[in-house]
Design a protein around this ligand. Structure first.
Ligand code: SF4
Length: 311
């Protein structure tokens, strides 16, 4: 069955000049059919650098939105509109407006895991890979940061700045599932393991980690490390990619409960159906898209990174 679906997807991709982008947390069969697998920013950049007319985004809503913002000349399809990031929906435009009134002049830094309407109010848009460097480089001691309070806390630790989390309760429901008891127990079983954790994890969990980084940084770390066994403190889907890219190494989930149900809503069947019916098209208001693009450009400029716009 999968073989037939895969061959129909491949045929449609050629006919429509389409590419499939899959996030690191996608199910294995979706990762295998994808042209690129990566984190949300890497995927949007890949999309910009391709000449595809159609981009099928296998991820959650804000990722497809981000791809649409950065690829205005392509049609971005989200195969399952109900695949929504719960953390992104924890922040509202009103939350940001309130924080701006409370901290006048403080730059607004928004994590990519947020809705486009909220990013449009930001001065900068960051990923977990570049948030620390961006905040460090800003000429301000107080920063408004949303929507993840744990990432905000991590950035504060690394920069020594007053990073105000907006809203106060924003978090990823998957990355709060790790428990110290379970990690301690797994470390005692896998004695020489290296514990790697995502900065969306709470401080108590991060403090137990040998390495903290974004999904792309974790993948680079395990490839380079001389260690053989890794305890993985992020969504379990990443282990499939790690195992493919570092075949001689062993990866143990730090919790088997760390599963993002929304990420798993994308299936091969839905990707096929999306290509057949050309749905669901991700539409972004032009004025909003323009403001989000500006905030992303500001980030690249502050970091001194050239903008990877379409070749
Ligand atoms: S893992 Fe967390 S942050 Fe990522 S999409 Fe799922 S709920 Fe959102």
């Amino acid at each position: 069955m999968d073989v037939e679906i895969v061959s129909r997807i491949e045929k449609l991709k050629k006919e429509l000049n389409a590419i499939i982008l899959a996030h690191n947390y996608q199910p294995p069969q979706v990762q295998d059919i994808a042209d690129f697998v990566g984190d949300s920013l890497e995927l949007s950049i890949k999309a910009m650098q391709s000449n595809a007319k159609v981009i099928v985004f296998a991820g959650v809503d804000f990722m497809a939105e981000q791809a649409a913002v950065l690829n205005e000349n392509s049609t971005v399809l989200h195969p399952e509109p109900d695949a929504k990031c719960p953390m992104a929906s924890m922040i509202s435009v009103e939350d940001v407006e309130k924080a701006v009134r409370k901290y006048p002049g403080a730059p607004v830094v928004m994590y990519v895991n947020s809705p486009a309407a909220v990013k449009a109010l930001a001065n900068y848009v960051v990923t977990s890979a570049n948030a620390v460097n961006l905040v460090k480089a800003l000429d301000s001691e107080t920063i408004i940061f949303g929507p993840d309070k744990h990432l905000a806390e991590y950035v504060a630790e690394k920069t020594g700045k007053n990073v105000v989390a907006v809203p106060e309760h924003g978090h990823c429901p998957v990355h709060v599932k790790f428990s110290l008891e379970e990690i301690t127990c797994l470390k005692s079983i896998y004695r020489n393991c290296v514990f790697i954790a995502h900065p969306e994890c709470p401080r108590a969990v991060r403090s137990q980690a040998d390495f903290v980084g974004s999904t792309s940084q974790m993948i680079e770390f395990v490839k380079r490390s001389s260690a053989r066994t890794f305890l993985v403190g992020t969504e379990v889907g990443i282990i499939y990619r790690m195992a493919k890219e570092a075949r001689e190494k062993v990866f143990i989930p730090a919790s088997t409960k760390a599963i993002c149900d929304d990420m798993k809503k994308i299936t091969l069947e839905k990707i096929l159906s999306s290509l057949v019916s050309k749905s669901y098209v991700m539409k972004i208001d032009r004025a909003v898209a323009e403001k989000v693009r500006k905030a992303i450009e500001n980030t690249f400029d502050v970091l001194g990174v050239s903008r990877p716009w379409r070749k």
